[in-house]
Design a protein. Structure first.
Length: 121
């Protein structure tokens, strides 16, 4: 994604970085990824593109696979999410370790939404 990234893709990437960071501070998110807060800020402003390693971590935290993220940045349709009933069926059959990851992500999202709404934090 070197210098050939167009303005629209940079804007979308900026939004994905913000989504991945959630309610974390720039410093905390930077520490999580092993970069400075300034790097995170540059990514969010669309001034710098994260390297592949960081882009992969950002995609994962934002709920994308790298393939989905690249499609999103290129303006291609991303696969539609599963129907809720299909998802529930899959959850009922998955290993508990996988379910724990999903529950944790859900709790983090709910907590971030609560903080963003001003109800907590």
């Amino acid at each position: 994604m070197a210098d050939t990234v167009d303005a629209e893709a940079k804007k979308k990437l900026s939004e994905v970085v913000k989504l991945a960071r959630g309610s974390m501070s720039l410093t905390a998110f930077g520490k999580l990824l092993g970069v400075s807060a300034a790097s995170v800020l540059y990514w969010e402003k669309g001034q710098v593109i994260p390297d592949t390693k960081n882009l992969t971590q950002i995609a994962t935290r934002a709920g994308f696979t790298m393939e989905e993220l690249m499609a999103h940045l290129e303006g291609k349709p991303v696969q539609e999410p599963l129907d809720t009933n299909e998802l529930l069926k899959k959850i009922q059959c998955m290993p508990l370790s996988d379910l724990a990851v999903i529950v944790r992500a859900g709790m983090e999202r709910l907590a971030a939404a609560a903080v963003a709404s001003g109800k907590y934090g």
